[in-house]
Design a protein around this ligand. Structure first.
Ligand code: ATP
Ligand code: MG
Ligand code: MG
Length: 562
């Protein structure tokens, strides 16, 4: 067997371990707790935690670190949901004996950040700038014009130190001054033109409460967080590539305990999807979806509710791979992975979404019931079999019957025969209609001895349809989901992503009929409804034995190309 090809980052890590540059590898997944995780985060989680798992031999690990340095948008509800989602995806930041061993909060480093800032001031590498935000902006210059030094740029360190103290003490208003690194006002990289490292913000923080009214900027805090945790490889998305010189500058100029290396890879983009947390929040707040866990969203909680399995999401992330090339991944690739996984793991059941009644007129009696044995999963012998009741009256799918079928239609029609999956061959002898011309009942005769047997001479039977025994059927609500957006790239739409919302993305079927075995379905269980698709018992609304509600996870065949 060929060894699996490594991506360019795993290559770097393997080399760093082989050369002895590092004895182990420590990665981190650093979400900002300002929303729920989505499939893009799942890529980063599978990558960072995956590297740790693959390098167990050298005690590698991955930290879950909440990048909670901005008090304004962050909430503990998000912290809990993120922990839950990472675990659900199959990863852990601790062990059984120390469950939170590698759980970190950037906000626990606020004292360190402050000390590093003081250090930079003392070294002449940072200053408190009292220009207005407008002046600061105007003095930054542009790619072709060097910036103009602030009148505060060369103030004595003592003055900046005293002002920083007062900023911290709450003596000043938001926006009245900032602490800036003193780097290079003529750098072609705008990030290096004396970036802001602290700002004043009188806001209550979810972790530190009102202890602080100055907060560090991301570009300053992030490399320091990595260094404080001895991260070896800090893996982030491509948009941070031109922040790397600044990342390295802070690592070089602050007395940090380690030298992490930032490496960028391309982010995941998916067709027909948006991933920005800000926009997801807008969909939630404006009521376009039922919440962060709406099954139409590709949030981790939405995917869970939809019935996507963690293993399928992991193999999708693996399939997409790690590169430096920006691209858009087709939704059909994700659904393909979902389907592959469920084909292996999901038990089969029968369910009729658009029921039409069938009466077997030659059935021994009204009360007569038989049990037919059906395999739970033809793809997995271990899954065993189950008994399915079969009585005089059945439900079949309305479109499996035609009054006047064309030649190529192999299902039921007057005089035609079809096999009931796992059961007898039946022949249609008539049908009834109501005043509206709608077929209300199909009359059939069954052919004894045909279970598991070929049709007798003279009977043509070329299809096997699914069915549900009417006497024992479970009534169910079925929620069918379609793409949430009609455009492949919702962000690229002229009217914005809200202008291409699919008005028909949710279709509710009220009176589907399920085989009685589905009475045992627990919320979250996923089944293949034979010939119909994969369906998941609703996590919130399905009550076993009382109220059956199922979400369609994915259709049996790809529909994205249509
Ligand atoms: P968003 O723009 O959706 O709010 P974010 O990058 O601001 O995302 P963070 O909470 O900061 O959200 O992300 C945590 C980690 O997940 C970061 O390391 C980030 O690079 C990574 N990440 C976020 N979105 C994607 C994506 N689409 N593909 C790969 N990694 C991603
Ligand atoms: Mg971010
Ligand atoms: Mg963001």
């Amino acid at each position: 067997k060929m060894p699996e090809k490594l991506d360019f980052i795993r290559d770097i890590i393997a080399k760093d371990l082989a050369s002895g540059k590092h004895e182990t590898v420590i990665t981190r997944f650093p979400p900002e707790p300002n929303g729920y995780l989505h499939i893009g985060h799942a890529k980063s989680i599978c990558f960072n935690f995956g590297i740790a798992q693959e390098n167990q031999g050298v005690d590698a690990r991955c930290h879950l670190r909440f990048d909670d340095t901005n008090p304004e948008k962050e909430e503990s509800e998000y912290v809990e949901s993120i922990k839950n989602d990472v675990r659900w995806l199959g990863f852990d930041w601790g062990s059984e004996s120390a469950p939170d061993e590698h759980l970190y909060f950037a906000s626990n480093y606020f004292d360190f950040f402050y000390d590093y800032a003081v250090h930079l001031i003392k070294e002449g590498k940072a200053y408190v700038d009292e220009q207005s935000p407008e002046e600061m902006k105007a003095n930054r210059g542009d790619v072709n014009t060097p910036g103009t030094p602030s009148p505060f740029r060369d103030r004595p360190a003592e003055e900046s130190l005293a002002q920083l103290e007062k900023m911290k003490a709450g003596d000043y208003d938001d926006g009245s001054m900032v602490l800036r690194a003193k780097i290079d006002l003529s750098s072609s990289n705008m990030n290096m033109r004396d970036p802001v490292i602290y700002r004043i913000m009188h806001a209550t923080h979810h972790n530190t409460g009102d202890d602080w009214c100055i907060y560090p900027m991301y570009d300053f805090a992030h490399p320091l967080e990595d260094a404080l945790e001895h991260i070896t490889h800090s893996l982030c998305t491509l948009e941070f590539e031109n922040h790397r010189p600044l990342y390295d500058w802070f690592i070089e100029n602050c007395p940090v305990p380690a030298t992490p290396r930032q490496i960028e890879f391309s982010r995941l983009n998916l067709s027909y999807t948006i991933m920005s947390k800000r926009k997801l929040l807008q969909l939630v707040n404006d009521g376009h979806v039922s919440g962060w866990d709406d099954p139409r969203l590709l949030t981790v909680s939405g995917m869970r509710r939809r019935g996507y399995q963690p293993a399928a999401i992991r193999s999708f992330c693996k399939r997409v791979g790690i590169t430096k090339v920006n691209s858009v991944t087709d939704m059909s690739i994700l659904e393909d992975e979902i389907r592959n996984e469920l084909n292996q793991s999901a038990e089969r059941r029968m369910a009729v979404l658009d029921p039409l009644k069938v009466t077997i007129t030659n059935w021994p009696s009204d009360e007569h019931v038989e049990q037919v044995e059906a395999p739970n999963n033809p793809a997995d012998e271990q899954a065993g079999t189950r008994q399915v009741s079969l009585g005089k009256q059945l439900w079949i799918e309305r479109d499996d019957f035609m009054e006047d079928p064309p030649k190529k239609f192999f299902r039921l029609g007057p005089g035609r025969s079809v096999r009931l999956r796992g059961g007898y061959i039946i022949t249609c002898t008539g049908y009834e209609k109501n005043d509206a011309g709608e077929v209300t009942e199909v009359l059939c005769e069954f052919i004894p001895g045909t279970i598991g047997q070929n049709p007798p001479e003279g009977i043509k039977c070329r299809a096997a349809i699914h069915w549900v025994d009417a006497a024992t059927a479970v009534d169910a609500e079925i929620r069918l989901y379609d793409r949430l957006f009609t455009a492949e790239n919702p962000d690229g739409e002229e009217g914005g992503f809200l202008s291409c919302l699919n008005q028909d993305s949710l279709n509710i079927i009220k009176h589907a009929k399920l085989e009685a075995n589905l009475n045992d379905a627990q919320p979250g269980d996923v089944y293949q409804f034979e010939r119909v698709g994969y369906f998941c018992a609703e996590l919130k609304d399905h009550i076993p034995g009382e109220q059956a509600v199922f979400n369609r996870t994915v259709a049996l065949r790809d529909s994205w190309g249509k």
